[in-house]
Structures are given as C-alpha cells and as structure tokens.
Write a protein that binds this ligand. Structure first.
Ligand code: NDP
Ligand code: 2IT
Length: 445
C-alpha cells in the first residue's frame, strides 16, 4: 500500500463516525501521490500524518435564555486545524446539523483554501448546533454573547480569526464582536472578520464569496473559449453566497433561472429578480416561497434537490455539503451542463465529482472557487492592522486578481503533476505544497 493510502486508511480507522471528515481527507490526499513521489522529505517529516490531525479541537457549553425565560443549552466548537501559514482562520457555522465531523471537514478544507489565496492565514472552523431559524433578534443576540464568552479566550488577531458561514452573517458577527470587545476592553478589530462597516469591517466582504465565485467561473470559462454572457445558470441556496453569485452572474450577462432554500426552489423563466430575493432573504428573513408573491410568473417546488433537474449551462451549488450526489450529477450531465462551479463547501459527493470529470464537465472545485470570501477576510485583517479602509473598487479589484490567480495556479499545478484539466487535483496540490513547505521549515510540531 502507498504511503498516501496508508495515511488515509489509518485516519479513517482512528476517527470513527466522522463521514464528512473522511470524505474531505480522501478527496485531498488521494491527489497527492505524485507530490509525495517527487518530495520524499514530506514523508520523512510525517507531513500527512500531522496535517490530518487538528492542532486542537475545543468543545464548550453555550447556555442562553429564550424569550419565555427558559434556559437552553447548545454545544459550541472551535477546531484550530493548522497554523503553519498564519493565524488560524475560518468561519463559524450555526446549524442544527453541526458536529465535530462537519467542522473537521470544513477546517481541513480551509487549510488548503486559505493557502491558495496566498495570504498569511492558517485553517480553522467552528460553530454550534444552535438553530437560528425562528429565533427572535434578542435570542440571537443572547446566544451570540454566550457563545463569545467562551470563544473569546480562543481568538485574537495573531491567534485565531473567525468569520461567518451558514447561519452566521454580519448581524451575528456584530453581536460576537460587541461581546468580545467588552471582554477585552479595547477595540480588538482584527480578531473577527465579516464585521459591519461601522465596526471595522471591509467593503466587499458581504459580496466576496459570491462575486469571487463568478470571477473564478468567468476566468475558467474564458480559458475554455466560452463567454458567460447569455448562459443559463441554476444556483442552489439563497443565502449570502448564492445571492451575490446571482448578482454578479447577472451583471456579467448570465440568466439565473432558479434558486432554493432547504424548503424548496423557485424557478423564474425570465430570470430571478435579485432585488426581490434580497428583500425576502436579507431584510424579511423569510422562506423562498414568498418570492411568488412578488413575481407571479415564477414557480415553486417543495423539493430543493430537484433544482438540479432544471436544464442549464452553469450549475452553481451554493447551499451545503453533498447537495449534489451521483443522481443529481447524472441528471445535470444528461441535460447538457457545461460547467459546475462550487460556491458551497464540498457540495458535490466524491462520486458526483468523478462523473463530472469523466464527462468533461468544466469543474471548479470549492476550495478554489469559493476562496473569495476568506481572501477578502484576509484583506479585512490587513486593513484592520493598518487602521485604514480601502474603497469598494480597491477591494473588488484585489479580490478579482486573487480569484484569477487561484484559477491559474490550480490549472498549472494540475498540469505539472499529471492531472491536466483536473482543477480539483490542481487546487489540492497547489494548496498543499505551500502548507507542507511551511511545516517542514518549522520543524516537527
Ligand atoms: P447562509 O446561511 O447565508 O445560506 C445558506 C443557504 O443554504 C440557505 O439558503 C439555506 O437554506 C441553504 N441550506 C443550508 N443548509 C442546507 C441543507 N442542509 N439543505 C438544503 N439547503 C440548505 O450561508 P452561506 O451562503 O454563507 O453559505 C452557503 C455555503 O457556502 C456553505 O457551504 C458555506 O460553508 C459556504 N461558504 C460560505 C462562505 C461565506 O463567506 N459565507 C465562504 C465560502 C464558502 P435554509 O435557510 O432553508 O436553511
Ligand atoms: O468557508 C469559508 O471559506 C468561509 N466560511 C469564510 C471564512 C472566513 O474566514 O472568511
């Protein structure tokens, strides 16, 4: 058995009941055989055995009082995965499905994603099994404050810098930053990113993951001689990533036919009206079904997975992990999909990715295609350190440059290591090598 296979098997065996984590480890490590052959020093320094094990995982109790005066208890997590390239960095997810397996998969992916940005950031992830749905504004605030009472002792500008993810946006980061500031008695802006503009946040951070996804997609399509203008797109989700992916795709001339939430999807034959979607999701925090009240020509289907049965040129999964399995991938291929670019983390199962690659679907893997969010978080950290704020145009230009660079770095790494046309392998390799070299230089830790 090869060294790589041996590490994969041992990792799986030693972490039972962590299927999402196993999936991420398999996905990354299985691409690294040619790198290990070229650089035996990585094996000598046990880089793989060390990189699959988080530096530390912290689990804590989060008690909070609901509006009826009842005490509720949730579980909080922070997985500080790897700090070879910089302070731990990665989002916080609030969703009832959150567990250690999901946060380890996300933290593991984050190491390589952050490396691809070339900004100095290590990898981490955290969150809670708290369900924000149906909670009042005050309940959200009390939960965030209690969560921060523990998180505060784990984070800092040079230590660990959380941001948002599913269920955590500018509002939640605002409450966490407020509580953190109170505990620290200063203005420790650099310890969290995704802050509001009046709390030291960066322009473009809100739009960054979605815009970045489309900048990456546009570069990838151009490189294949394809113009995004006039193409039809389907975008799953209707949260932060999906909304700004839709906005930028439309600005570049694509037609977005459908978007979803966990309840179902909306199909708009004339294209989704993004201002209506923003009002429903960002202002009213309502279910996507409400869209029909404003656009009677739209249709609603109460099975969100069926969104992938819609014929489209571009499929952009922007909701959650494993939303595209083999069956959805086969349907997309049958309907002639040209390109899949992942806004969510690990939205395609291993078998789905295999089908896309075998059928020559242009495939933009998550850790490259959705790196614009954390890249702009990196730019927020820079601005906080310098105590100044760049203009929207300045940040947007840097984001665009980073996404274009990530595409070419992934493409070139794939070519160099015998995976021509496979950006998943290219992104994994390009991301991995920077981290492995830093780990080698820093000794056995
Ligand atoms: P949001 O909370 O803003 O939106 C999430 C969207 O996905 C909602 O429409 C939600 O529907 C849907 N969704 C969530 N869980 C499920 C599920 N189990 N089944 C079906 N639909 C689901 O999150 P984001 O937009 O920030 O995140 C979306 C994805 O992008 C995640 O995979 C995240 O990790 C990834 N990502 C986010 C970044 C960021 O900067 N925010 C950066 C890079 C990646 P509902 O409201 O009904 O639950
Ligand atoms: O998955 C991700 O890259 C994010 N949720 C963004 C993390 C960040 O630190 O901005």
């Amino acid at each position: 058995m090869s060294y790589v296979r041996d590490v994969i098997e041992k990792t799986i065996k030693s972490t039972p009941r962590e299927p999402e984590f196993h999936q991420a480890v398999e996905e990354v490590l299985s691409c690294l055989e040619p790198v290990m052959d070229e650089k035996p020093e990585y094996q000598e320094a046990a880089i793989l055995e060390r990189i699959v094990e988080p530096d530390r995982s912290i689990i804590f109790r989060v008690p909070w009082e609901d509006d009826h005066g009842n005490i509720q208890i949730n579980r909080g997590f922070r997985v500080q995965y790897n700090s070879a390239l910089g302070p731990y960095k990665g989002g916080l997810r609030f969703h009832p499905s959150v567990n250690l397996s999901i946060l380890k998969f996300l933290g593991f992916e984050q190491i390589f994603k952050n490396s691809l940005t070339t900004l100095p950031m290590g990898g981490a992830k955290g969150g809670s099994d708290f369900d924000p749905k149906g909670k009042s504004e005050k309940e959200i605030m009390r939960f965030c404050q209690s969560f921060t009472n523990e998180l505060a002792y784990l984070i800092g500008a040079d230590l660990d810098v959380p941001a948002g993810d599913i269920g955590v946006g500018t509002r939640e980061i605002g409450y966490m930053f407020g509580q953190y500031k109170k505990i620290k008695r200063g203005y420790p802006a650099g310890a969290l990113t995704g802050k509001g503009i009046t709390s030291g946040g960066s322009l473009v951070r809100t739009q960054a993951t979605g815009y970045g996804l489309i900048y990456f997609l546009d570069e990838m399509l151009k490189d294949h001689g394809i113009n995004i203008k006039g193409k039809t797109a389907v975008i799953s989700g209707s949260g932060n990533v999906a909304i700004y992916a839709c906005e930028k795709a439309q600005q570049l001339g694509a037609k977005v036919l459908a978007m979803s939430d966990s309840g179902g999807y909306v199909y708009a034959p004339d294209g989704i009206n993004i201002e209506i979607m923003k009002k429903i999701k960002e202002v009213d925090r309502e279910r996507i079904e409400e869209y029909l009240k404003y656009d009677p020509s739209a249709h609603y289907c109460d099975n969100c997975k069926d969104i992938w049965t819609i014929k489209c040129d571009l499929a952009l999964p922007c909701a959650t992990q494993n939303e595209i399995t083999e069956a959805e991938a086969a349907k997309l291929i049958e309907n002639g999909v040209l390109c899949v670019a992942e806004g969510a983390n690990m939205p395609s199962s291993g078998k789905a990715v295999k089908l896309f690659l075998e059928n020559r679907v242009i495939f933009g893997p998550a850790k490259a295609a959705n790196a614009g969010g954390v890249a702009t978080s990196g730019l927020e950290m820079s601005q906080n350190s310098m105590r100044l704020a760049w203009s929207f145009e300045e940040v947007d230009k840097r984001l665009n440059q980073i996404m274009v660079q990530i595409y070419h770095n992934a493409k070139n790494a794939a070519l160099k290591y015998g995976y021509e046309g496979n950006l998943l392998a290219g992104a994994n390799i390009a991301g991995f090598i920077r981290v492995a070299d830093a780990m080698l230089a820093q000794g056995v830790l």
